[in-house]
Structures are given as C-alpha cells and as structure tokens.
Design a protein. Structure first.
Length: 258
C-alpha cells in the first residue's frame, strides 16, 4: 500500500544466530534469497511460503557510520527520487540511495528531522506478491515511533506521506500516544520517547504478530534475548512485550490474547 510500511529488515551482527533466535521466538522459517540476504517466511494458502521480513548483516558502510543491529521498516512511495528530495527539503536526511536492484526494488535509506531511521522504496514487480491476512502470526501488526518531540515531527510524516491523526490516548506522565492512519488504516502511533527509555535516539519499533506473547517471552529468554517490558494487556485487549534480541536489536511482539 502506497505511503505505508510494507517491508521490514533486521540488520544484525550474526545472521545465523539471529535467524535461529527469531525462528524459535516468532515461528518463522528462513528462505535464502542470495548470498547476502534471507527472508523470514510464514505459511500461506495451499502451504505456500510467504515472505514477511528480511534478515541481513549490518552493511559495512553502515558499520563505519556507527550502525548497530536494528530493525528497519520500508515505506512504499510512488517515486523514490522525488521522495528523497521532499525528505531533504523538510529537514530529514538521505544516507544512501536511490539504489535499484533490478526487477526487485528501488530504495533509499532515510531519517526524519529528529533522527529516526526508515527506508523509502518502490517495489518493481508488476504483480504484487501474495500477502498473509492481517494478524497472521509472523506478520507486522503495529508501527510505533518514539520521537524526541512527536508533535514537532508529526508534520514531517503528514507532509511526506499523507498520514493523518486518528485517536489520541492520554498516557499520564508518559504524555500523549497519538494513533496514526497510514494509507487509510490505523496502523501505528507516535509518542515522545520517555526519559526512562534507554535508546540513545528516536526510533521506529515494529510489533510482530505471534500466537502468544507469554509463550514467546519464555522463548526469548531461552534464546539469549532480554524482555524489557511485558507481557501485558493494552487497550483493545491485545497483549504486547518489548525485547532485545541477543545481538542487541530492539523489537516487539503482539498477540490477540495472552
């Protein structure tokens, strides 16, 4: 869907170990897509394997710029070069691109004016790949921005991608949790990063659907990861947790029940 997140990569310092960890914690399987890239897959119709996210080593040029293991999301745009110009003009940064991988994707690595990273991209295949139903375990169920000042950075995303505000939740001392419409659907939220949040800079967090966050929490611990928050229930009845994988990448999980 244009102007919404559609793909996700975890960049890691140990591809083999990270692959084992997420397959156990989330229930994914891995499919090699070349010497430097792997896809996490879930079961689709007729036992078809459908890719929902990617796994790769932190690129060498990104390492030189100080990049650490992290999850990154791709926002689909109509034209990557035009989107790059708009991001720069609005005070954001383009670190790399546009880059085209023939018959697959054109993309660029970007950051908003407060430093939260993301990618902009245009898939090149004429026929979109099959997608699992929303809520399917192994798909991404929510997108959350922890900003330096969400009210200030909101206008950047509104102008670049046409996002709109949905409902807002008063979180007391933690401030406002502003739900966002991306491509017409309530698909994420933004808030000002709490002081107790240890992350050094603003970032996007992605919630992976699982069958049970309670069961996943035990697998995270057994696999060498760290549960930072939860599992606990959130408004609407879903249950969530936030965690670090063994290589230090932040991620989150969500399930319909416990």
């Amino acid at each position: 869907m244009t102007n919404a997140f559609f793909w996700y990569d975890v960049m890691t310092s140990d591809v083999e170990a990270a692959g084992r960890f997420y397959c156990d914690a989330v229930g994914w399987q891995i499919e090699s897509q070349g010497p430097d890239y792997n896809a996490f897959t879930v079961n689709g119709p007729n036992s078809q394997r459908i890719a929902t996210a990617g796994l790769m080593a932190v690129p060498e040029d990104a390492k030189r710029m100080g990049a650490r293991p992290a999850w990154m999301g791709y926002i689909q745009v109509p034209d990557v070069a035009t989107a790059c110009e708009g991001i720069r003009e609005a005070g954001g940064k383009i670190f790399k691109g546009p880059i085209t991988i023939d018959n697959i994707i054109t993309f660029a690595v970007a950051a908003d004016p407060q430093g939260a990273g993301f990618l902009i991209a245009k898939p090149l295949p004429q026929i979109p790949p099959a997608r699992p139903a929303p809520g399917t375990p192994g798909t991404i169920g929510w997108h959350e921005l922890y900003a330096t000042d969400w009210q200030a950075v909101w206008h950047f995303y509104e102008r670049q991608f046409g996002w709109s505000k949905s409902t807002a939740m008063d979180m007391g001392a933690m401030g406002t949790y502003q739900i966002l419409r991306m491509g017409g659907d309530d698909a994420g939220a933004m808030m000002t990063k709490p002081k107790e949040n240890p992350a050094p800079q603003p970032y996007w967090s992605f919630y992976i659907n699982v069958a049970s966050v309670t069961a996943a929490a035990e697998k995270i611990k057994a696999g060498g990861g760290t549960v930072l928050m939860g599992p606990h229930e959130v408004p609407g009845g879903q249950h969530i947790l936030q965690a670090l994988d063994p290589q230090g990448a932040l991620f989150a999980l969500v399930s319909a029940g416990k």
